[in-house]
Write a protein that binds this ligand. Structure first.
Ligand code: SAM
Length: 233
């Protein structure tokens, strides 16, 4: 089990340092892309906007953006005055995020971008965010990752996962999500009941939920707060 879970991470890291990096750099940029990638771009932007709306005034809050990619969320959070620690397993992503930082927020070390796997993050933050990352892992690993992130979060945990939907399953088969030899095995869909059960076990209550769907983008967005019983315990 341990070996297979290490394997998942190594495969994901390798993907986001190579073909995945190029693919997601285009999706998260503004150059012309095909219609599937465009739909994913638009859906993802809506997810980021919703998180910003839910968090409201983040001035002086500490936020960890776990699996930050190119910083699509980290940058606007920093621009709104949050202290952002942004980490990603992919060195290529972090180098590109730092390059963007030089033009977008020159002379600033906020966000602070670092190459770190989710479960290597330490410290404590008011809010921990993890967007469009859990899709890469099976449920048993999601549980371990959320347990780790949960210990890092003081007030809120915000995350997305890919729901089990038929269209998404079809897309996965087409290989649009993970081109290459492993294309049919690299995107995991999760049931809301399973994710919410994990969060409840970790002492959270669900504060907000949203379904953010575009033609080719399907995300369930969840924001938690500490549950009263967990505070009392
Ligand atoms: N969260 C970013 C966003 O919404 O713009 C990026 C989403 S991108 C689809 C997924 C990112 O998760 C990639 O940059 C990938 O390298 C990162 N990632 C995957 N597994 C990870 C892990 N175990 N630890 C840290 N980052 C990870």
């Amino acid at each position: 089990l341990k070996i297979s879970s290490m394997n998942d991470k190594l495969i994901v890291r390798d993907y986001f340092n190579n073909t995945g990096f190029e693919r997601w750099r285009r999706i998260y940029g503004d150059e012309a892309v095909n219609r599937i990638q465009h739909s994913i771009r638009v859906g993802h932007q809506r997810t980021c906007e919703r998180v910003l709306e839910w968090l409201g005034d983040v001035h002086d809050q500490s936020i960890c953006d776990a699996g930050c990619g190119l910083g699509s969320l980290s940058f606007p959070l920093a621009e709104r005055g949050a202290r952002v620690f942004a980490t990603d397993i992919s060195e290529k992503m972090i180098l590109e995020a730092r390059r963007r930082q030089k033009s977008r927020l020159p002379d600033s070390d906020n966000p602070r971008f670092e190459v770190l796997e989710l479960e290597q993050i330490d410290g404590r933050y008011d809010t921990v965010v993890c967007l469009d990352v859990l899709i890469h892992y099976p449920l048993d690993q999601v549980e371990k990752m959320l347990a780790h992130l949960s210990n890092r979060a003081g007030e809120h945990l915000i995350l997305t996962y890919a729901p089990k939907t038929l269209l998404f399953a079809a897309l996965k088969k087409v290989g649009e999500f993970f081109p290459g030899a492993n294309k049919t095995t690299r995107a995991y869909q999760h049931r809301s009941e399973d994710i919410e059960a994990i969060l409840t076990r970790l002492g959270w209550k669900i504060l907000r939920r949203a379904a953010i769907d575009d033609k080719f983008y399907f995300a369930r967005l969840v924001m938690t707060a500490r549950s009263a019983s967990a505070v009392a315990a």
